[in-house]
Design a protein around this ligand. Structure first.
Ligand code: SER
Length: 530
């Protein structure tokens, strides 16, 4: 098999399905559209749910994409294993009430064997255990020997398995294709076969015969149209094609990994702990680059928190590798260079992405320096008292007063054989919330919940000029996000800008309202408040 690169494989796949009359669509944003069941897009089919259910009309009944995906469910394993990633690309071909099992199966085989050059004898399809139609197509039409087909069962009672479902929405039985990478990747157990946890039989393709709608609670209704949803992890395909040990060894990932090593001045594969950090950074920098390019901004909730957490984990592991100072923007450049072939928008948004990541890295560095010092004092005190547990109150003080993330406290202490009293932490958090609720009741004179506006210096006043003007130049004295007073804001954030009669230095041209109002602004970046 020829060792195609990641960018080449992506192109080959999309072109192949274009030749089968599919419309090639750009990857959808990582931010789900009109879908409250997902925080982030986690598969190729997720943005297309309305096309499967018939709620929306697709631009064509056959579509192919390479979709950016994020899955953070296994975040603890990233860096520790050969295959866990938080960001990955999923190749997919989709049919919305057009072709069904026969074509999907034939084309998956054709692409893998004739275009990628996989040896048929190394391929092992799996099926949903009662799917006789899929079994017949594989054996009679494609010519796969029956002993190469695996029927998946969930348990010893014979319940069927191999059913794709992620939250509410379209779902259905699957037929995957596994590639036998040979005994050198195997666990050596005599019963090692398709489905074994080791790296010998690797799933490369998943054909989902999407024919049901799930309500998310295992209640299924038959869809009126039969659909096809296929998914093939691009990185995983590249592992097989390039015959490398892990996703961190494929060409595009290796370039990022090498850059991490270069910045840190370390060599890969010389120290187990360092390797974990190198891999973790290599993965996380891709996630944060793509998330930022889709307009997600670091914050303390939702997607913004996922971004903040990934970025901060990467920054901290940089420190573990001995990197001092800012380094994420440098790595981000490598991510852009490696991925712009498939995602030209990365190049267009380069300055914006680098700015957002650097601002957050700087913020984190300040937090972490202070937090680490305090944490080590707390550790010393606990050790002196003969304890290996950090009290809930101490962990909460770090979090609440110094902004040190609790997951980081846990991670750092875990590495040293310490635990955190999480029950105590949660109790302290509850007490604080209660206190804040009571405090608000008295501090806000209108009796409403206190907001960030209650923190603005009372001397700052404003006047409304929108009655007779639609634009004006004004100096800014207060900037807030939804939750805090800040000195800088970036495009896409909900911000409030206040002007002031006298304490003015920076001049911004704003649309009408510069009064105490919220505004969604799309301004040049960043906006400094000097
Ligand atoms: N939805 C299936 C998966 O994510 C196939 O695209 O594996």
């Amino acid at each position: 098999m020829k060792k195609y690169g990641v960018n080449e494989l992506r192109r080959m796949y999309l072109e192949f399905f274009e030749s089968k009359e599919h419309l090639r669509l750009k990857s959808f944003s990582l931010i789900p559209h009109n879908d409250k069941s997902l925080l982030l897009i986690n598969s190729g089919m997720a943005p297309m749910k309305p096309f499967f259910t018939g709620q929306e009309i697709p631009p064509k009944k056959r579509v192919t994409t390479c979709q950016k995906c994020i899955r953070t469910g296994d975040i603890e394993n990233v860096g520790k294993t050969a295959r866990h990633l938080t960001f990955f690309e999923m190749l997919g071909n989709f049919s919305f009430g057009d072709y069904f099992k026969t074509e999907a199966i034939h084309w998956s085989w054709e692409f893998l064997t004739e275009h990628v050059g996989m040896e048929p004898e190394r391929l092992y399809p799996s099926i949903y255990c009662e799917d006789e139609e899929a079994f017949r197509i594989w054996t009679e039409e494609v010519g796969v020997p029956a002993d190469h087909i695996t029927r998946f069962y969930r348990d010893e009672n014979g319940d069927c398995d191999n059913f794709w479902e992620h939250g509410a929405g379209p779902c259905g039985p699957c037929s995957e294709i596994y590639y036998d990478r040979g005994v050198k990747y195997g666990c050596g157990k005599p019963d090692c076969k398709v489905g074994c946890d080791c790296d010998r039989f690797m799933e490369v393709w998943n054909n989902v015969f999407t024919q049901f709608e799930s309500d998310g609670n295992h209640h299924y209704t038959e869809l009126t149209q039969k659909n096809i949803d296929t998914g093939m992890g691009l990185e995983r395909l590249a592992v097989v094609v390039q015959d490398v040990d892990s996703v961190f060894d494929i060409d595009t990932m290796k370039a990022i990994r090498n850059k991490v090593c270069e910045i840190a001045g370390v060599t890969y594969m010389t120290d187990k702990k360092k390797d974990e950090s190198i891999r973790l950074i290599t993965d996380h920098i891709r996630s944060v680059t793509f998330m930022t390019s889709d307009g997600i901004i670091p914050s303390n909730e939702g997607r913004g928190y996922v971004l903040r957490r990934l970025l901060r984990r990467a920054a901290r592991h940089g420190r573990l590798l001995g990197i001092s100072g800012l380094f994420l923007a440098k790595l981000c450049e490598t991510v852009i260079a490696e991925s712009k072939d498939g995602y030209p928008e990365l190049e267009e948004k380069r300055d914006y992405i680098l700015k957002v990541l650097t601002l957050e890295e700087e913020k984190f560095n300040k937090t972490i320096d202070q937090g680490l010092m305090i944490l080590s004092e707390m550790e010393e005190a606990a050790t002196a008292a003969g304890s290996k547990t950090l009290s809930g109150e101490d962990a909460f003080r770090l979090y609440d007063t110094y902004g040190f993330p609790i997951d980081l406290t846990e991670e750092i202490l875990e590495e040293k054989g310490f635990t955190v009293d999480m029950e105590g932490f949660k109790k302290a958090m509850e007490v604080q919330k209660e206190t804040a609720r009571n405090a608000r009741a008295v501090t806000n004179y209108m009796g409403a919940d206190a907001t960030v506006y209650d923190e603005i210096d009372a001397r700052v006043t404003s006047s409304f000029i929108g009655y007779d003007k639609s634009s004006a130049s004004s100096k800014i004295s207060v900037l807030t996000t939804d939750t805090e007073l800040v000195k800088e804001v970036v495009a896409g954030q909900n911000v409030t800008i206040m002007r002031h009669r006298s304490m003015l230095r920076w001049v911004a041209r704003l649309q009408t309202s510069v009064r105490l109002q919220r505004a969604m602004l799309y301004l040049p970046l960043p906006i400094p408040l000097s």
